[in-house]
Design a protein around this ligand. Structure first.
Ligand code: SF4
Ligand code: SF4
Length: 208
């Protein structure tokens, strides 16, 4: 092959390669919703399910609080102790979230510590804590890296204040419950004593 043929052959190869590349760009440009490879991050945070992140992606957690029984299994399974929860079964708590037969006052995950291992989700008996598709929980302070799973927002100062108020309510509810249980026990004992006294009286009558 002469030098001139070699020269033009290379130009043809380079042109073909550019056209193939531009063809791919054009295909995604006109069908970008169908064949999504990028999103306008910032204005668009979430690509449609399965187009950008795989379904098994371990993103930021979310909770189906209405199913939660507050068994604490997820928190115990966490290797870095980054889950905290509080709640009560002693009665209605103002401003709490209704779980399954439990009032949930607090359910947070410290994402600063989380290693996204999924060990909290696997043993959940109600399958109600999940690792979702969300990946953006960026902030300027570490305190914003703590997520309130009940509001899907960072754990804020007002959340902390409300938590303190609900904790006081829980102490009152626990006290009421304790007194109710003690009264029920006392009533049961009094009934048993009265029954025994009546039986003893009948026995004495029979003897005489
Ligand atoms: S393991 Fe499931 S049901 Fe139990 S506290 Fe955690 S999220 Fe709730
Ligand atoms: S993903 Fe792992 S580290 Fe993060 S909260 Fe769940 S168990 Fe803990």
């Amino acid at each position: 092959m002469s030098a001139i043929q070699n020269y033009f052959g290379r130009i043809a190869k380079a042109s073909k390669s550019i056209m193939i590349g531009l063809g791919t760009t054009w295909r995604y440009f006109v069908n970008y919703r169908e064949e999504l490879v990028t999103i306008q991050y910032g204005s668009e945070k979430y690509a449609p399910q399965g187009t950008f992140l795989p379904a098994r992606h371990r993103g930021i957690h979310y909770l189906e609080s209405e199913k939660c029984i507050q068994c604490n299994i997820c928190a115990k399974a966490c290797p870095v102790d980054c889950i905290e929860m509080e709640g009560t079964r002693d009665g209605d708590l103002n401003g709490a979230w209704q779980g399954d037969k439990v009032q949930i006052s607090k359910f947070i995950i410290d994402l600063n510590k989380c290693i996204f291992c999924n060990l909290c989700c696997e043993p959940c008996p109600k399958q109600c804590i999940h690792m979702g598709q969300e990946f953006d929980f960026a902030s300027y302070t570490r305190s914003h890296g703590v997520k309130n799973l009940l509001t899907d927002q960072p754990w804020s100062e007002s959340d902390k204040e409300a938590e303190g108020e609900r904790r006081e309510q829980m102490i009152v509810l626990a006290d009421i419950k304790k007194k109710e249980k003690a009264a029920a026990r006392a009533a049961k004992k009094a009934a048993a004593d009265a029954k025994k006294a009546a039986e003893d009286k009948d026995k004495d009558k029979d003897k005489s």
